[in-house]
Design a protein around this ligand. Structure first.
Ligand code: CU
Length: 163
């Protein structure tokens, strides 16, 4: 009887540890997504512009960008540019866009872009524009986009396209 009583606290302690590990299981593996090179095209007077960035997924499971929003605009939609018979078409990625495991999802002129509509103010170069990206696994992420007049990277071969 005495022995049994002494063993109980140790057993309880072990169970508590197991429970703690089990509850960590779902989230402990996920490292945060990394967003880089976030920019939006400056506009003056027009209510519409586009935003670009890259997001890196360090995890071994894919994630998915579900949607984006901004308090400074009426709507933000995920758009893809598709060339059909030599003509660029914009298509909304309604199911979101996959961020591959150990890979990246790139938004760049001529490809994926955040279509920003109903801007409440103009966007001047040097300002920043805040948007919230919503990921399936990574949750909500607030990103500060630099306002610039043109792509900060190498000139795009599709620079004639403004979206
Ligand atoms: Cu678009």
């Amino acid at each position: 009887m005495f022995r049994l009583r002494r063993r109980l606290p140790a057993l309880t302690f072990t169970l508590v540890i197991f429970a703690a590990l089990a509850s960590l299981g779902g989230t402990a593996i996920a490292a945060p997504l990394k967003v880089t090179g976030a920019w939006v095209r400056a506009v003056d007077g027009m209510p519409m512009t586009a935003g670009y960035f890259s997001v890196e997924n360090p995890n071994s499971v894919p994630d998915r960008l579900l949607s984006a929003s901004a308090t400074g605009a009426a709507s933000v939609t995920l758009h893809q540019t598709k060339i059909v018979q030599g003509v660029a078409h914009m298509v909304e990625a309604q199911a979101g866009l996959v961020v591959p495991a150990h890979g990246r999802l790139v938004f760049a002129p001529g490809g994926n872009h955040l279509m920003i509509d109903g801007l409440k103010t103009g966007l001047k170069p040097g300002q920043t524009f805040s948007m919230v990206l919503k990921f399936e696994q990574g949750g909500l992420m607030t990103v500060s986009f630099s306002v610039v007049t043109s792509a900060p990277t190498s000139p795009s071969s599709m620079s004639g396209m403004k979206m």
